[in-house]
Design a protein around this ligand. Structure first.
Ligand SMILES: Nc1ncnc2c1ncn2[C@@H]1O[C@H](COP(=O)(O)OP(=O)(O)O)[C@@H](O)[C@H]1O
Ligand SMILES: [Mg+2]
Length: 242
């Protein structure tokens, strides 16, 4: 059974009247199983972030449907306004961005705990969950460091801890290694793989990347081109024709 099902998703920007309309997504279909790590590739400006933003409940689609189903909860959305999918953002989908989005003055623990407290968790429980998540991403010896004093790779791990601490079943990662050196990027990818193959509670990750080496480590690769996504291999994703 699929965790995430995206059907015939369409989205454009601009105005037909003023001839500034561009159709970006032209009927995207994709599905993700529980525990799958999927890489999404495609040229700059083709609509990868637009797709993630709709799946993450930050942007509405013009048409099409999304189903996100996990342990008792089911969300159906797509055309709903962002204000109508608060539950998706709160309990369905976690985010990881290229530039971490941490509060640099706060410790690693407080960065993670704050996100949980905002969702209504009591401070003590939030602190406990934050520490648990930081241990899981291998930062047990950096829990009390201000985020700004950590390396890029460590900061991205804090962001991953924040994203998994709320027990959301799906992570969306928009170029998560874009600001990291090769080694740190590989570490983040290995961490993703661990989280997806967790024997107790595996999550699923949809990751945008430009790096073919990282993409090949995913379970599957999708290529976005001409407004749709299709299964791909590295050569295809890089436009190599034989
Ligand atoms: N809010 C917006 N308003 C107008 N155009 C947008 C908006 N967001 C994205 N676009 C346009 O949609 C296209 C796809 O953008 P994006 O999804 O960011 O691509 P990618 O992430 O693949 O680089 C681009 O042409 C971009 O300029
Ligand atoms: Mg983008």
């Amino acid at each position: 059974m699929a965790l995430l099902e995206v059907q015939e998703l369409e989205r454009g920007f601009g105005s037909k009247t003023f001839n500034t309309r561009i159709e970006v997504l032209k009927g995207v279909n994709l599905s993700l199983r529980k525990g799958e790590l999927v890489a999404l590739m495609g040229p700059s400006g083709c609509g990868k972030s637009t797709l993630l933003n709709i799946i993450g409940g930050l942007l509405r689609a013009d048409s099409g449907k999304i189903k996100l189903k996990s342990s008792g909860s089911e969300y159906t959305y797509g055309k709903k306004k962002p204000s109508g999918v608060v539950d998706v953002r709160r309990n369905g989908v976690g985010w990881i961005f290229q530039d971490f989005h941490l509060l640099e003055q706060l410790t690693a623990q407080d960065n993670v705990a704050l996100a949980l407290e905002i969702r209504g968790m009591k401070k003590e429980e939030a602190d406990e969950k934050a520490i648990e998540a930081l241990v899981k991403v291998g930062l047990e010896d950096r829990i009390d460091f201000p985020a700004g004093q950590l390396s890029g790779g460590q900061q991205q791990r804090v962001a991953v801890a924040r994203a998994i601490s709320g027990s959301r079943p799906l992570l969306l990662a928009d170029e998560p290694t874009g600001n990291l050196d090769v080694k740190s990027g590989e570490d983040v990818l290995n961490l993703f793989k661990e989280l997806c193959s967790d024997p107790v509670n595996p999550i699923s990750i949809l990751m945008v990347t430009h790096d073919p080496m990282l993409a090949t480590k995913a379970d599957r690769m999708l290529l976005m081109r001409d407004g749709i996504t299709a299964a791909s291999n590295v050569k295809e994703a890089w436009g190599v024709t034989e």
